[in-house]
Design a protein around this ligand. Sequence first.
Ligand code: COA
Length: 325
Amino acid sequence: MSEIETIISGVGSYLPERILTNAELAKTVDTSDEWIRSRSGIAQRHLAADGQATSDLAREAAWAALGQAGLKPKDIGLIIVATVTPDKTFPSTAVYVQEKLGTPPCIAFDVSAACAGFIYALNIAHGFIASGQVKHALVIGAEKLSCFLDWNDRGTCVLFGDGAGAVVLSAETPSVAGPKRGMLATYLSADGRLAPHLYADGGPSTTGTVGLVKMNGKEVFRNAVEEISGAVFEVTERAEVSRHEIDWFVPHQANIRIIQSCAKKLELCESKIIVTIDKHANTSSASIPLALDAGIRDGRIKRGELLVFAALGGGLAWGSALIRY
Ligand code: COA
């Protein structure tokens, strides 16, 4: 890899207008606001409208990220959409986003790594930039999970929501003074033996259907705490940074108890964690860029600070990224 730095030059997110509160959900599902809040930390979730596709959510987030970066669609050389709810089986959702943004021909494809998808996509885009193939990349996590939830399964349907988040990654020449900026270290892994713990029970080459989300909550919880905290240890070691130097932990938002258990293992104070699970629920690949954007917009995350992203989801697949913002 070259000496080029891969920096986050813009961040944006989008949440559909419709909010579904726990109390509203409890009118149609055998659950309660108290159960959902105490077991997961979720108070509400956003739901996409019927006519809104994943590419529509992604387009809004990408447009906001481009604006923050001060770039135009024509400046983008690569679009990656991390999603498990593509508009169509093929082509990629990324090409629909490209078309909706009005981006001239460029590299565009999707990444399927469920809730770890954004971290996988970030790592891939970093490779394209560090190798000099592109100057600016759009990395988007976007999901319309509401379309494949089993609304009769209270063990899963209460946990998820729809939304999109995006970052623009840009190539920068390192400055002579100051610490290295942008992507400092990344770590990815997956273990297909654990696939039965979280999956959709359909697919084009098996059932010919999209399927519905199936989950063994306890096993996912246990693995999430283990692998998310392990992934943070891994990137800090790779970058030779002390965990105590981390300014912000921006974790995948699946369950507040998973986040708190990871923070305890990592000895990270809770005031250094960006939490959006209460308002967004679990938006899979969109959750980290949505949380990042929330932390930047409310003024907590500032330029130059050290951020760590980490996620685990279906696969099981997991990963982390250490970034100087
Ligand atoms: N409302 C009310 N009761 C519910 C419920 C709901 N929405 N969902 C499950 N229950 C019931 C169960 O039926 C069970 O009842 P029982 O004791 O009579 O059998 C009881 O609540 C406890 O269920 P349990 O599964 O033990 O709860 P839990 O403390 O493990 O919490 C999860 C369940 C799903 C919140 C938790 O396991 C979790 O968050 N796992 C990780 C999920 C995740 O992160 N997935 C995405 C990863 S990307």
